[in-house]
Design a binder for this molecule. Sequence first.
Ligand SMILES: Nc1ncnc2c1ncn2[C@@H]1O[C@H](COP(=O)(O)OP(=O)(O)OP(=O)(O)O)[C@@H](O)[C@H]1O
Length: 249
Amino acid sequence: MEVLNVNNLSKVYRGKVPYKALNNISFSIEDGEFVGIMGPSGSGKTTLLNMISTVDKPTSGEITINGKNPSKLNGDELALFRRRELGFVFQDFNLIDTLTLGENIILPLTLDGVDDKIQINELKRIADILGIEKIINKRTFEVSGGQSQRAAIARAVIHKPKLLLADEPTGNLDSKAAEDVMELFQKINEEEKVTTVMVTHDPVSASYCKRILFIKDGQIYNEIYKDGTNRDFYEDIIDVLAMIGGRKL
Ligand SMILES: Nc1ncnc2c1ncn2[C@@H]1O[C@H](COP(=O)(O)OP(=O)(O)OP(=O)(O)O)[C@@H](O)[C@H]1O
């Protein structure tokens, strides 16, 4: 089944000089996929993620998530849709410093009025899966970046979203912490079957995905599927990045 469909999507930023950041992009993502989005700086990756995450609206074309077109929902419906069907992981974790990690993790359930006992059970379940039982009573300043990102992943998936969206989730981590975090994304994808779309500049992080879409100048430049080890996929990714060129990758 298709979880995400992007059909002829274009985005023009209005300004003194209008800028077409996305130019007729089409692709779809099936249930259970783990897709990376890569491309040179300024190629339109964040713009695409903002359209998918319903933060911003397309200029033309359509996006459907789980069969629904978010741009047809009104404000309240959209808020519910985002809270129930989507999960977000950001580069800078976006955790609330005054809450414990556990309180941060259950926030989506608290906001949704879920019964306290269920919240506690779900927190135990997800903390166990992600191996963060020992830190759920700590606050952000007491843990490392990698541990914060683990908690942010737990928060993003505790409500079992249809689609998990991640924007440079390893961008603020050293390479060891980045690999640990990517192993968790892989685990969540494989064991919890969470469909995941991740924007990244980092070819090592990208090698954990099953498919990579490469974007250049607002258009799909290429796509590759993993058909071997992460190491083999890493080599394939490097090859495409070398062909794309462009500014900073
Ligand atoms: N709000 C905006 N108004 C005008 N132009 C914008 C706006 N947001 C982005 N752009 C332009 O659209 C293009 C695509 O930007 P976008 O942020 O999607 O690229 P990106 O691939 O995510 O880049 P990076 O890897 O550097 O984050 C860029 O040329 C950018 O300058």
